[in-house]
Ligand binder design. Structure first.
Ligand code: HEM
Length: 315
Protein backbone atom coordinates (compact mmCIF):
# COMPACT_ATOMS: atom_id res chain seq x y z
CA UNK A 1 0.00 0.00 0.00
CA UNK A 2 1.29 3.43 -0.88
CA UNK A 3 2.30 5.75 1.94
CA UNK A 4 -0.20 8.40 0.72
CA UNK A 5 -3.03 5.93 1.04
CA UNK A 6 -2.03 5.03 4.61
CA UNK A 7 -1.83 8.71 5.60
CA UNK A 8 -5.28 9.35 4.08
CA UNK A 9 -6.78 6.41 5.98
CA UNK A 10 -5.19 7.52 9.28
CA UNK A 11 -6.39 11.11 8.85
CA UNK A 12 -9.82 9.80 7.83
CA UNK A 13 -10.05 7.69 10.98
CA UNK A 14 -8.96 10.61 13.18
CA UNK A 15 -11.54 12.85 11.52
CA UNK A 16 -14.19 10.20 12.17
CA UNK A 17 -13.32 10.13 15.87
CA UNK A 18 -13.43 13.90 16.04
CA UNK A 19 -16.97 14.01 14.56
CA UNK A 20 -19.42 14.73 17.36
CA UNK A 21 -22.33 12.31 17.80
CA UNK A 22 -24.16 15.16 19.44
CA UNK A 23 -22.99 18.50 20.75
CA UNK A 24 -21.78 17.13 24.10
CA UNK A 25 -20.52 13.66 23.36
CA UNK A 26 -17.80 13.29 20.74
CA UNK A 27 -17.65 9.83 19.23
CA UNK A 28 -14.34 8.93 20.87
CA UNK A 29 -15.83 9.57 24.29
CA UNK A 30 -18.90 7.55 23.32
CA UNK A 31 -16.69 4.66 22.19
CA UNK A 32 -14.61 4.90 25.34
CA UNK A 33 -17.67 4.67 27.56
CA UNK A 34 -18.87 1.63 25.68
CA UNK A 35 -15.69 -0.28 24.99
CA UNK A 36 -12.86 0.62 27.42
CA UNK A 37 -13.66 -2.07 29.93
CA UNK A 38 -14.43 -4.82 27.38
CA UNK A 39 -11.17 -3.86 25.62
CA UNK A 40 -9.14 -4.04 28.83
CA UNK A 41 -10.75 -7.40 29.55
CA UNK A 42 -10.11 -8.70 26.03
CA UNK A 43 -6.48 -7.53 26.09
CA UNK A 44 -5.93 -9.29 29.41
CA UNK A 45 -7.52 -12.47 28.07
CA UNK A 46 -5.41 -12.07 24.89
CA UNK A 47 -2.25 -11.67 26.98
CA UNK A 48 -3.05 -14.83 28.95
CA UNK A 49 -3.75 -16.83 25.76
CA UNK A 50 -0.65 -15.38 24.07
CA UNK A 51 1.66 -16.30 26.93
CA UNK A 52 -0.04 -19.72 27.18
CA UNK A 53 0.53 -20.31 23.46
CA UNK A 54 4.22 -19.33 23.73
CA UNK A 55 4.59 -21.55 26.78
CA UNK A 56 3.09 -24.64 25.18
CA UNK A 57 4.95 -24.18 21.89
CA UNK A 58 8.21 -23.84 23.85
CA UNK A 59 8.90 -20.35 22.45
CA UNK A 60 8.56 -18.54 25.77
CA UNK A 61 12.10 -19.09 27.20
CA UNK A 62 13.66 -17.94 23.92
CA UNK A 63 11.54 -14.76 23.80
CA UNK A 64 12.29 -13.96 27.44
CA UNK A 65 16.00 -14.59 26.84
CA UNK A 66 16.14 -12.45 23.67
CA UNK A 67 14.21 -9.60 25.30
CA UNK A 68 16.47 -9.71 28.33
CA UNK A 69 19.58 -9.75 26.08
CA UNK A 70 18.24 -6.75 24.11
CA UNK A 71 17.65 -4.68 27.25
CA UNK A 72 20.82 -5.87 28.97
CA UNK A 73 22.97 -4.92 26.01
CA UNK A 74 21.73 -1.35 26.33
CA UNK A 75 21.49 -0.88 30.12
CA UNK A 76 23.87 -3.52 31.58
CA UNK A 77 21.11 -4.66 33.93
CA UNK A 78 23.03 -7.82 34.95
CA UNK A 79 25.22 -5.59 37.14
CA UNK A 80 22.24 -4.39 39.16
CA UNK A 81 20.78 -7.90 39.38
CA UNK A 82 24.00 -9.29 40.86
CA UNK A 83 24.18 -6.32 43.23
CA UNK A 84 20.61 -7.02 44.41
CA UNK A 85 21.41 -10.75 44.74
CA UNK A 86 24.49 -10.00 46.86
CA UNK A 87 22.45 -7.68 49.11
CA UNK A 88 19.68 -10.27 49.40
CA UNK A 89 21.99 -13.08 50.43
CA UNK A 90 23.94 -10.84 52.79
CA UNK A 91 20.65 -10.02 54.58
CA UNK A 92 19.43 -13.61 54.61
CA UNK A 93 22.74 -15.04 55.83
CA UNK A 94 23.16 -12.40 58.53
CA UNK A 95 19.70 -13.07 59.89
CA UNK A 96 19.60 -16.78 59.20
CA UNK A 97 23.14 -18.19 59.31
CA UNK A 98 23.52 -21.91 58.75
CA UNK A 99 23.77 -22.44 62.52
CA UNK A 100 20.24 -21.17 63.19
CA UNK A 101 18.16 -18.02 63.48
CA UNK A 102 19.68 -14.99 65.11
CA UNK A 103 16.51 -12.91 65.37
CA UNK A 104 14.91 -13.03 68.83
CA UNK A 105 12.32 -15.73 69.37
CA UNK A 106 8.69 -15.22 68.57
CA UNK A 107 5.90 -15.90 71.04
CA UNK A 108 5.23 -19.34 69.60
CA UNK A 109 8.90 -20.29 69.67
CA UNK A 110 9.39 -19.04 73.19
CA UNK A 111 6.43 -20.96 74.57
CA UNK A 112 7.25 -23.93 72.40
CA UNK A 113 3.88 -24.08 70.67
CA UNK A 114 4.46 -26.98 68.29
CA UNK A 115 1.50 -27.48 66.05
CA UNK A 116 -0.73 -24.51 65.24
CA UNK A 117 -1.77 -25.39 61.70
CA UNK A 118 -5.15 -23.73 62.04
CA UNK A 119 -3.36 -20.40 62.42
CA UNK A 120 -1.66 -20.56 59.06
CA UNK A 121 -4.45 -19.04 56.91
CA UNK A 122 -4.25 -15.96 59.12
CA UNK A 123 -0.70 -15.42 57.85
CA UNK A 124 -2.10 -14.59 54.44
CA UNK A 125 -4.11 -11.61 55.72
CA UNK A 126 -1.31 -9.06 55.12
CA UNK A 127 -0.95 -10.40 51.56
CA UNK A 128 -4.72 -10.25 51.09
CA UNK A 129 -4.74 -6.62 52.27
CA UNK A 130 -2.11 -5.88 49.66
CA UNK A 131 -4.12 -7.72 47.01
CA UNK A 132 -7.21 -5.64 47.88
CA UNK A 133 -5.07 -2.48 47.62
CA UNK A 134 -4.01 -3.45 44.09
CA UNK A 135 -7.60 -4.18 43.02
CA UNK A 136 -8.70 -0.86 44.52
CA UNK A 137 -5.98 0.95 42.61
CA UNK A 138 -6.94 -0.63 39.28
CA UNK A 139 -10.70 -0.12 39.67
CA UNK A 140 -10.08 3.37 41.12
CA UNK A 141 -8.11 4.38 38.02
CA UNK A 142 -11.04 3.30 35.86
CA UNK A 143 -13.61 5.18 37.99
CA UNK A 144 -11.34 8.24 37.84
CA UNK A 145 -12.02 8.56 34.10
CA UNK A 146 -15.64 9.46 34.83
CA UNK A 147 -15.95 10.73 38.39
CA UNK A 148 -16.26 14.53 38.72
CA UNK A 149 -15.31 16.02 42.12
CA UNK A 150 -17.96 18.73 42.00
CA UNK A 151 -19.94 19.06 45.23
CA UNK A 152 -21.85 22.28 44.46
CA UNK A 153 -25.60 21.64 44.75
CA UNK A 154 -27.66 22.34 41.63
CA UNK A 155 -31.21 21.52 40.53
CA UNK A 156 -31.74 18.83 37.91
CA UNK A 157 -34.39 19.02 35.16
CA UNK A 158 -37.06 17.71 37.59
CA UNK A 159 -36.21 20.33 40.18
CA UNK A 160 -34.41 17.85 42.48
CA UNK A 161 -31.24 18.81 44.25
CA UNK A 162 -28.16 17.11 42.81
CA UNK A 163 -24.47 17.80 42.13
CA UNK A 164 -21.86 17.20 39.44
CA UNK A 165 -20.33 14.49 41.66
CA UNK A 166 -23.65 12.65 42.05
CA UNK A 167 -24.46 12.98 38.35
CA UNK A 168 -21.08 11.50 37.43
CA UNK A 169 -21.86 8.53 39.68
CA UNK A 170 -25.18 8.11 37.87
CA UNK A 171 -23.30 8.18 34.59
CA UNK A 172 -20.93 5.45 35.80
CA UNK A 173 -23.86 3.33 37.01
CA UNK A 174 -26.06 3.69 33.93
CA UNK A 175 -24.06 4.78 30.86
CA UNK A 176 -20.56 3.34 31.16
CA UNK A 177 -20.34 -0.30 30.07
CA UNK A 178 -19.67 -2.43 33.17
CA UNK A 179 -19.28 0.81 35.15
CA UNK A 180 -21.59 -0.51 37.86
CA UNK A 181 -19.48 -3.67 38.16
CA UNK A 182 -16.24 -1.72 38.46
CA UNK A 183 -17.84 0.51 41.10
CA UNK A 184 -19.15 -2.53 42.98
CA UNK A 185 -15.72 -4.21 42.88
CA UNK A 186 -14.15 -0.99 44.18
CA UNK A 187 -16.80 -0.75 46.91
CA UNK A 188 -16.51 -4.36 48.11
CA UNK A 189 -12.71 -4.44 47.88
CA UNK A 190 -12.69 -1.43 50.21
CA UNK A 191 -14.80 -3.33 52.74
CA UNK A 192 -12.63 -6.39 52.27
CA UNK A 193 -9.44 -4.39 52.80
CA UNK A 194 -10.65 -2.76 56.04
CA UNK A 195 -11.63 -6.19 57.39
CA UNK A 196 -8.45 -7.95 56.30
CA UNK A 197 -6.14 -5.18 57.58
CA UNK A 198 -7.89 -5.32 60.95
CA UNK A 199 -7.74 -9.11 61.14
CA UNK A 200 -4.09 -9.01 60.01
CA UNK A 201 -3.37 -6.69 62.94
CA UNK A 202 -5.15 -9.11 65.30
CA UNK A 203 -3.09 -12.03 63.94
CA UNK A 204 0.12 -10.07 64.46
CA UNK A 205 -0.99 -9.23 67.99
CA UNK A 206 -2.05 -12.73 68.98
CA UNK A 207 1.12 -14.45 67.77
CA UNK A 208 3.19 -11.75 69.47
CA UNK A 209 4.83 -10.76 66.17
CA UNK A 210 4.73 -7.06 67.17
CA UNK A 211 7.55 -7.61 69.66
CA UNK A 212 11.29 -7.08 69.32
CA UNK A 213 12.59 -6.83 66.56
CA UNK A 214 9.35 -5.96 64.75
CA UNK A 215 8.19 -2.91 66.74
CA UNK A 216 8.87 -0.55 63.84
CA UNK A 217 6.72 -2.65 61.54
CA UNK A 218 3.94 -2.63 64.12
CA UNK A 219 4.10 1.17 64.22
CA UNK A 220 4.15 1.43 60.43
CA UNK A 221 1.21 -0.98 60.41
CA UNK A 222 -0.71 1.26 62.82
CA UNK A 223 -0.22 4.14 60.39
CA UNK A 224 -1.39 1.87 57.57
CA UNK A 225 -4.54 1.07 59.54
CA UNK A 226 -5.25 4.80 59.82
CA UNK A 227 -4.54 5.30 56.12
CA UNK A 228 -6.94 2.44 55.30
CA UNK A 229 -9.71 3.93 57.47
CA UNK A 230 -9.21 7.40 55.96
CA UNK A 231 -9.30 5.88 52.49
CA UNK A 232 -12.67 4.35 53.35
CA UNK A 233 -14.01 7.57 54.87
CA UNK A 234 -12.92 9.90 52.06
CA UNK A 235 -14.22 7.47 49.43
CA UNK A 236 -17.59 7.14 51.20
CA UNK A 237 -18.12 10.90 50.85
CA UNK A 238 -17.26 11.16 47.16
CA UNK A 239 -20.65 10.20 45.59
CA UNK A 240 -22.07 13.15 47.59
CA UNK A 241 -25.35 11.26 48.08
CA UNK A 242 -27.37 11.36 51.32
CA UNK A 243 -25.08 8.79 52.94
CA UNK A 244 -21.92 10.63 51.97
CA UNK A 245 -23.35 13.97 53.07
CA UNK A 246 -24.47 12.53 56.43
CA UNK A 247 -21.03 10.96 56.97
CA UNK A 248 -19.51 14.33 56.07
CA UNK A 249 -21.65 16.08 58.72
CA UNK A 250 -20.62 13.58 61.38
CA UNK A 251 -16.92 13.87 60.47
CA UNK A 252 -17.12 17.66 60.41
CA UNK A 253 -18.80 17.72 63.84
CA UNK A 254 -16.10 15.42 65.18
CA UNK A 255 -13.32 17.56 63.72
CA UNK A 256 -14.76 20.87 64.97
CA UNK A 257 -15.35 19.46 68.46
CA UNK A 258 -11.60 19.00 68.96
CA UNK A 259 -10.63 21.64 71.54
CA UNK A 260 -8.61 24.57 70.12
CA UNK A 261 -7.43 22.69 67.02
CA UNK A 262 -11.00 21.98 65.78
CA UNK A 263 -11.54 24.73 63.20
CA UNK A 264 -8.01 24.25 61.85
CA UNK A 265 -8.57 20.49 61.44
CA UNK A 266 -11.92 21.15 59.75
CA UNK A 267 -10.25 23.63 57.42
CA UNK A 268 -7.51 21.17 56.45
CA UNK A 269 -9.65 18.04 56.06
CA UNK A 270 -13.05 19.43 55.05
CA UNK A 271 -12.05 22.68 53.37
CA UNK A 272 -13.96 24.80 55.95
CA UNK A 273 -16.26 24.59 58.98
CA UNK A 274 -19.31 24.02 56.74
CA UNK A 275 -19.95 21.25 54.22
CA UNK A 276 -19.54 22.84 50.79
CA UNK A 277 -18.36 21.94 47.31
CA UNK A 278 -14.83 22.47 48.65
CA UNK A 279 -15.33 19.49 50.97
CA UNK A 280 -15.67 17.16 47.98
CA UNK A 281 -12.59 18.65 46.30
CA UNK A 282 -10.60 18.14 49.51
CA UNK A 283 -11.86 14.56 49.99
CA UNK A 284 -11.12 13.77 46.36
CA UNK A 285 -7.54 15.01 46.54
CA UNK A 286 -6.95 13.10 49.78
CA UNK A 287 -8.53 9.97 48.28
CA UNK A 288 -6.77 9.91 44.93
CA UNK A 289 -3.40 11.49 45.69
CA UNK A 290 -2.37 12.10 49.30
CA UNK A 291 -3.50 8.76 50.78
CA UNK A 292 -2.30 6.62 47.84
CA UNK A 293 1.10 8.33 48.01
CA UNK A 294 1.50 7.85 51.78
CA UNK A 295 -0.10 4.36 51.69
CA UNK A 296 2.08 3.09 48.84
CA UNK A 297 5.31 4.33 50.45
CA UNK A 298 4.31 2.82 53.82
CA UNK A 299 3.30 -0.52 52.26
CA UNK A 300 6.62 -0.74 50.38
CA UNK A 301 8.63 -0.10 53.59
CA UNK A 302 6.33 -2.42 55.61
CA UNK A 303 6.73 -5.33 53.22
CA UNK A 304 10.47 -4.67 52.74
CA UNK A 305 10.88 -4.99 56.50
CA UNK A 306 9.00 -8.31 56.47
CA UNK A 307 11.39 -9.43 53.73
CA UNK A 308 14.47 -8.29 55.68
CA UNK A 309 13.39 -9.59 59.09
CA UNK A 310 11.51 -12.68 57.97
CA UNK A 311 8.14 -13.67 59.38
CA UNK A 312 7.70 -14.55 63.03
CA UNK A 313 6.17 -17.88 62.11
CA UNK A 314 5.31 -20.58 64.59
CA UNK A 315 7.56 -23.61 64.00
C1 HEM B 1 -2.42 -1.71 54.19
C2 HEM B 1 -2.31 -2.48 55.24
C3 HEM B 1 -1.28 -3.58 55.42
C4 HEM B 1 -0.64 -4.35 54.50
C5 HEM B 1 -0.80 -4.32 52.96
C6 HEM B 1 0.22 -5.25 55.22
C7 HEM B 1 1.03 -6.24 54.64
C8 HEM B 1 1.77 -7.17 55.34
C9 HEM B 1 2.32 -8.40 54.80
C10 HEM B 1 2.17 -8.87 53.35
C11 HEM B 1 2.96 -9.04 55.82
C12 HEM B 1 3.62 -10.42 55.72
C13 HEM B 1 2.90 -11.41 56.67
C14 HEM B 1 1.43 -11.55 56.48
O1 HEM B 1 0.95 -11.49 55.34
O2 HEM B 1 0.72 -11.71 57.50
C15 HEM B 1 2.87 -8.19 57.00
C16 HEM B 1 3.44 -8.46 58.23
C17 HEM B 1 3.34 -7.64 59.36
N1 HEM B 1 2.44 -6.60 59.53
FE1 HEM B 1 1.31 -5.82 58.05
N2 HEM B 1 0.13 -4.99 56.56
C18 HEM B 1 -0.79 -3.98 56.74
C19 HEM B 1 -1.23 -3.45 57.96
C20 HEM B 1 -0.68 -3.77 59.21
C21 HEM B 1 -1.20 -3.31 60.47
C22 HEM B 1 -2.49 -2.49 60.66
C23 HEM B 1 -0.33 -3.77 61.45
C24 HEM B 1 -0.38 -3.57 62.94
C25 HEM B 1 -0.73 -2.46 63.54
C26 HEM B 1 0.73 -4.52 60.77
C27 HEM B 1 1.82 -5.11 61.38
C28 HEM B 1 2.61 -6.09 60.80
C29 HEM B 1 3.70 -6.78 61.47
C30 HEM B 1 4.24 -6.50 62.90
C31 HEM B 1 4.16 -7.76 60.56
C32 HEM B 1 5.26 -8.82 60.79
C33 HEM B 1 4.50 -10.05 61.23
C34 HEM B 1 5.35 -11.30 61.30
O3 HEM B 1 6.55 -11.23 61.13
O4 HEM B 1 4.74 -12.37 61.55
N3 HEM B 1 0.46 -4.52 59.42
N4 HEM B 1 2.11 -7.07 56.69
Amino acid sequence: MKINKIITIVIGCLALFALPVNAETPILEELMRKYTFPLIFLSMAGAVFGVGYLYFTGLLPRIIFDTWAWIDERFALHRYVSLAKREYYSVVYTLLPATGRTIPQSHTERYNIKSVWYWYPFYSLGGLSFFAYIILTITGIYLGFYYVPDGEFILDENGHSTSGAYQSMELIMTQVTFGYIIRAVHHWSAHFMVASVFLHMMRVYFVGAYRNPREVNWMLGSLLLMVTIFFGYTGYLLPWDSLGYAAGSIGLEMATSIPAMGPLMAQIVFGGTQLTGDTVTRMYWLHIFVLPLIGTILIIIHMALVWIQGEAEPH
